[in-house]
Ligand binder design. Structure first.
Ligand SMILES: C=C(O[C@@H]1C=C(C(=O)O)C=C[C@H]1O)C(=O)O
Length: 97
């Protein structure tokens, strides 16, 4: 039987895999949005939407007893990742033209 440290770390590894799968699912939707933005000539970033997303995270964190600012922080990380990947994808497409 593994010790509590090892056991918790094995559980964390499983949760990490779930997080990666959720980020992958999120990114699939972001890619659909890129297609739409490209077709309609829209900006990659939408600050109003970003604010709504960060608020969703802050609200859920608060419900779970964590500081709102930490929820916003997690939202920010996910958004920055999405925006970077969106830009990279658009650059790649433009380079392929
Ligand atoms: C995915 C979008 O593009 C960007 C990324 C966002 C996100 O990761 O939630 C939100 C707004 C945009 O800055 C979108 O416009 O919804």
């Amino acid at each position: 039987m593994s010790n509590p440290l090892e056991e918790a770390r094995q559980n964390i590894d499983k949760v990490n895999e779930e997080i990666v799968q959720s980020v992958d699912k999120r990114m699939s939707e972001v890619l659909r949005i890129i297609d739409f933005k490209e077709e309609h000539n829209l900006e990659v970033r939408d600050e109003e939407r970003e604010e709504k997303v960060m608020k969703q995270f802050a609200d859920r964190f608060e419900e779970l007893g964590y500081p709102r600012t930490r929820g916003r922080q997690l939202g920010r990380v996910l958004i920055d990742l999405a925006v970077d990947l969106e830009r990279e994808e658009l650059d790649k497409r433009r380079g392929d033209e």
